[in-house]
Write a protein that binds this ligand. Structure first.
Ligand code: ADP
Ligand code: MG
Length: 598
């Protein structure tokens, strides 16, 4: 191991040399207050920045032990320290949980330090508290992973500038963020406490017979369509309708009250622009805990809930959509539906059936992103289009059998139709952003004006509809995840894309993938699925096992490199399956969906 002097010496020596010589920096240095590890140096000034780590001994920085013992505590504490570190790189040395305003979620922060700009970079965390690889807390050390754009003049090394960044700015940042006297440990403890309280509510939902909770006073609307930050001006806080009022005693000793959405079928109605989609989007985001001040910190949804939408154009491989769709004009067997170009309705059916396979207990559906013909069909259309010409049994006729046969609850936004009144267990109306329970009125209306016959296994046309039976497992043909064009590990591009060889997986419709770090982790998980999945394992099982080992071994184990693992965040098994299912080269080892690969 070198020391500060050795680092200074090397940098002065490197001054003016060709940029590639920066690789002489690789190694570990004792910097006095901390250890610095230079794990990877960029090959040229325009390449992705160099990767470095800062390591501090636990007994040296004295983190409060009572909030850094268990895995959940460490996830929250690491999140807090990473936000502090990011703020310090930005030159904001006060303790603040909020990311800078203009930064989109999950982006890089190019630092400015105490007035001067710095080449140091850290990952800007979004509003969610996720397990991440940015900061690692172990029994004996704290490790911060960051990046540095090593300074250049043309293609020559600016050794003096690099020396300033690594031996002046970096120690200042470390001190500002992590020194016990600069740290605000009350904020750290509060951050961990909130996370544990949120976890408690999430874990209690099932026992309480609820699928979601929205705390009184929550602020659901966001600042803009492209921002995940809370609306500041004119936001109307959430108020709980009396009939749905519930409360939770929290581990911290506090109590939180709000609206509990019971299991079953819940329909959200209301006029246009009255806040229906905003509520549903908050519920969909509620599968992850949010930071204090987000406005949604008490919006908590079952961790396995999946938002379902139409996604025409996606590929589908061997999915049994027969509970919704049979007798397509092409004659294809919808028990193993396979297409390179799904329609609105077939894509929504596939998304739903895949979510059931991924073990969801709750599906969330918004009319705004649904295929109308998947959701409903009215009497006039039934008279015009004869039964044998309509392959779709609309969701309104299947939502109750789905609940009865699989136990899966639905929360649905439907402002344009009363078709769901017959099957709804709860109807909530949004009126100028305030919810009200109108279940009784909706029932009365349903009785007064019947919509049509309901029957579990016979549709409106009198046809037999496939029941929600146990699906035949889809056996993953793992080598198909390793197409011939793949010569390098998969690469994530931002939040919405993963490159596998020459193909791209488009994840832009997977709304519960919220952070580019999750996508990076998914890219790695797909690499591993391709090589480590044994024969004869169902796709669902393989994805589930992969996420379990990620939780057991930590995110670092996913990385292809030792040292700095890159910026990874934990995805759910639902999103891992979503990625596999959207890969156009996917093949199954069973069924007729064994189509040719690239
Ligand atoms: P709907 O789905 O009922 O048509 P949206 O949920 O799309 O309505 O909301 C319409 C607009 O109202 C959006 O711009 C949204 O940000 C805003 N909004 C939603 N909820 C609130 C609220 N509680 N307070 C203030 N504005 C809100
Ligand atoms: Mg809407």
């Amino acid at each position: 191991m070198g020391d500060l002097k050795a680092l200074q010496h090397t940098l002065r020596d490197l001054d003016g040399q060709g940029y590639g010589s920066y690789n002489r920096l690789k190694g570990t240095y004792d910097m006095g207050g901390f250890r610095l590890s230079v794990d990877h140096t960029q090959v040229d000034p325009y390449a992705p920045p160099s990767k470095i780590r800062v390591m501090l001994a636990r007994d040296q920085i004295q983190l409060p032990g009572h909030v850094t013992q268990t895995r959940p505590q460490r996830i929250a504490a690491a999140d807090h320290l990473a936000r502090r570190f990011h703020a310090a790189v930005q030159g904001r040395t006060t303790s603040q949980d909020q990311p800078p305003r203009s930064k989109p979620r999950g982006s890089y922060g190019n630092g400015s330090h105490q007035g001067e700009t710095t080449a140091l970079k850290t990952y800007a965390h979004g509003q969610q508290v996720l397990e991440r690889s940015t900061v690692l807390i172990t029994d004996d050390r704290v490790e911060v992973r960051l990046e540095v754009a090593l300074p250049a003049a043309g293609r020559r090394i600016k050794g003096r500038a690099a020396e300033h960044v690594l031996t002046q700015q970096l120690p200042q940042v470390v001190a500002a963020a992590l020194d016990p006297e600069n740290r605000d440990d009350d904020a750290l403890v509060a951050h961990v406490q909130l996370y544990l309280d949120q976890l408690h509510v999430a874990e209690s939902l099932k026992d309480r017979g609820l699928v979601a909770f929205v705390g009184d006073g929550s602020v659901l609307p966001r600042r803009a369509g492209d921002s995940d930050l809370p609306l500041e001006q004119g936001a109307i806080p959430f108020t709980t309708p009396g009939s749905l009022d519930v409360s939770f005693e929290l581990p911290s000793g506090k109590t939180v009250r709000g609206m509990g959405i019971p299991e079953g079928i819940t329909v959200i109605v209301g006029g246009g622009y009255h806040g229906k989609s905003t509520l549903l989007a908050a519920l969909s985001g509620g599968v992850y805990p949010h930071v204090a001040g987000d406005g949604r910190e008490w919006v908590i949804t079952r961790r396995d809930a999946v938002a379902i939408r139409a996604e025409d154009g996606r590929c589908v491989t061997g999915v049994d959509i027969s509970p919704f769709i049979t007798g397509l004009p092409t004659g294809v067997d919808t028990r193993e539906f396979t297409t390179t170009n799904a329609s609105g309705s077939t894509s929504q059916a596939a998304n739903l059936v895949e979510a059931l396979g991924a073990g969801t207990s709750t599906v969330l559906i918004d009319e705004d992103t649904s295929a109308t013909n998947f959701m409903i069909r009215d009497d006039r259309m039934k008279r015009l289009i004869p039964p044998h010409r309509e392959p779709i049994t609309p969701f309104v006729e299947r939502v109750k059998p789905m609940l009865e046969h699989t136990g899966v609850s639905t929360v649905l936004v439907a402002g344009g139709t009363g078709a769901f009144f017959d099957v709804a267990d709860q109807v909530i109306v949004m009126e100028a952003y305030r919810p009200r329970d109108v279940t009784e009125q909706a029932r009365q209306i349903a009785q007064d004006t019947p919509w049509g016959d309901e029957s579990d296994d016979v549709d409106v046309n009198g046809r037999e509809v496939a029941p929600f039976r146990a699906r035949t497992p889809r056996i993953l043909h793992a080598p198909s995840l390793n197409p011939r064009s793949k010569t390098k590990p998969n690469r994530a591009r931002g939040r919405t894309e993963i490159q596998v060889g020459r193909q791209n997986i488009d994840l832009s419709a997977v709304s519960q993938l919220v952070d580019a770090g999750q996508t990076a982790a998914l890219a790695r998980a797909l690499d591993e699925l391709a090589t480590t999945t044994p024969h004869n394992v169902a796709l669902e099982r393989a994805a589930f096992e992969r996420i379990c080992s990620m939780e057991r071994d930590g995110l670092d184990a996913l990385s292809a490199h030792g040292g700095h693992p890159g910026y990874l965040a934990a995805p759910r098994q639902q999103e891992l399956q979503a990625a596999v299912n959207r890969f156009r080269g996917l093949r199954l080892a069973n069924g007729s969906a064994q189509r040719a690969n690239d």
